[in-house]
Design a protein around this ligand. Structure first.
Ligand SMILES: [Zn+2]
Length: 124
C-alpha cells in the first residue's frame, strides 16, 4: 500500500453506458475503465450490499438468496456527489451505493487482477 497515492487520484472525465451493458469511464489521466453493469452492481459499496468485505482479498458477500430482482442490473442514473464520487440508481430502486473515485480505481485493480489471475491448480 502506498500512502502517497491519495494526493493524485485521477478523476473521471466522462461516464458512458455502452450498448453492451458496460459502463465506460474515461479518466483525467487518459486511461479508460470498463465495468460490466453486473460487476458494477455486485461491487456496490453500500453497507447493505458489501458488508465488511476486503476488496483485495476474497470477497465475502452477505448471505443472500440467489434471486436476481427485476432491474437489479439496470443502471438508471449516475448522480455526481461533490467532486469525489457518483451515486448509482438501479432499476430495482437501489440507490444507496456511493462510488468514490478511489473505490472505482480499486474496483478496476481488482477486475484486472481477476482477469490475470492464474487458474486455480485445483481446477486442472
Ligand atoms: Zn448497495
Amino acid at each position: 500500500m502506498t500512502a502517497a497515492r491519495s494526493a493524485a487520484v485521477p478523476q473521471p472525465s466522462s461516464f458512458k453506458l455502452e450498448e453492451n451493458r458496460e459502463l465506460r469511464i474515461a479518466w483525467s489521466d487518459g486511461h479508460i475503465t470498463r465495468f460490466p453493469l453486473q460487476i458494477f452492481r455486485d461491487e456496490c459499496p453500500c453497507a447493505e450490499c458489501s458488508g465488511e468485505s476486503d476488496i483485495f482479498g476474497e470477497v465475502k458477500m452477505p448471505v443472500q438468496l440467489p434471486i436476481a430482482r427485476p432491474g437489479k442490473y439496470d443502471l438508471k442514473s449516475l448522480t455526481p456527489i461533490g467532486n469525489y464520487a457518483v451515486a448509482a440508481v438501479w432499476g430495482d430502486g437501489h440507490d444507496s451505493g456511493i462510488y468514490s473515485w478511489e473505490y472505482l480505481l480499486r474496483m478496476e485493480s481488482k477486475q484486472a487482477a481477476a482477469a490475470n489471475a492464474p487458474t486455480d491448480p485445483a481446477d486442472n
